[in-house]
Design a binder for this molecule. Structure first.
Ligand code: SF4
Ligand code: SF4
Length: 211
């Protein structure tokens, strides 16, 4: 499905001028992606292991039960799905959102690729597996933990630091303290239990207004 072999920041200049939360999200994802590149290099060197993840590999998008999503990430996915996804994927995505049954199959997976790739959640970005691709139905976190990348904490903390103003925490000291205490952790919920019907409806409303 993914992966992050480089850390280029996605950029939407006009939208970023209008939507104050968007640069926070994109800056934070850039930091997360940099952290992954850093951790991947270190893991590959130390463990002499080769990254198994590659384009089109999508077991993780169909078998993962534990992908958390934070409110700002949800806002990003709503925005991208409503305003950025083109006609080719749009109708398929709406159907998948409507029929999603709160299981591990991610509704954003279309033809072995992530339909919201630029704004996919940090947890998706951070999930990287070495040595061999995941077997059908496998969650390697439980079957072979040693093959799963451990992201570097300092990048996650920096990304949270950038995102915290969205949650009303703007002061530097308060942001540091919120990160230390894990204040944001309780805001995340597993993607698989989200009801996505509302997003499909919002996409429909947007399409109607465009006519
Ligand atoms: S190896 Fe596993 S985690 Fe990596 S892209 Fe393939 S299915 Fe996803
Ligand atoms: S949002 Fe869904 S399709 Fe996209 S990378 Fe994450 S699990 Fe895969």
């Amino acid at each position: 499905m993914k992966k992050t072999k480089d850390s280029q920041r996605f950029s939407f200049p006009d939208d970023e001028k209008k939507l104050p939360w968007l640069p926070l999200l994109l800056d934070a994802y850039e930091v997360i992606d940099k952290g992954i590149v850093d951790a991947l290099k270190e893991h590959e060197k130390k463990q002499k292991a080769k990254l198994a993840c590659q384009k089109g590999c999508d077991v993780c998008c169909r078998a993962q039960n534990d992908i958390p999503i934070y409110p700002l990430e949800m806002v990003g996915i709503y925005w991208y799905a409503i305003e950025k996804i083109g006609q080719l994927l749009r109708e398929t995505l709406k159907k998948q959102l409507l029929s999603h049954t709160k299981g591990p199959q991610c509704p954003f997976l279309i033809e072995h690729a992530c339909a919201v790739h630029p704004v996919r959640p940090a947890a998706c970005r951070q999930f990287n597996v070495f040595n061999k691709p995941c077997a059908e139905g496998e969650d390697p976190y439980y079957t072979r933990r040693q093959d799963v990348l451990t992201p570097k904490r300092k990048y996650r903390d920096r990304a949270f630091f950038i995102m915290l103003p969205f949650y009303g925490i703007t002061d530097d000291a308060a942001r540091s303290s919120a990160i230390k205490s894990g204040q944001l952790d309780s805001q995340a919920k597993p993607m698989r239990i989200c009801s996505w019907r509302h997003l499909a409806q919002r996409m429909d409303d947007f399409d109607t207004n465009q006519k």
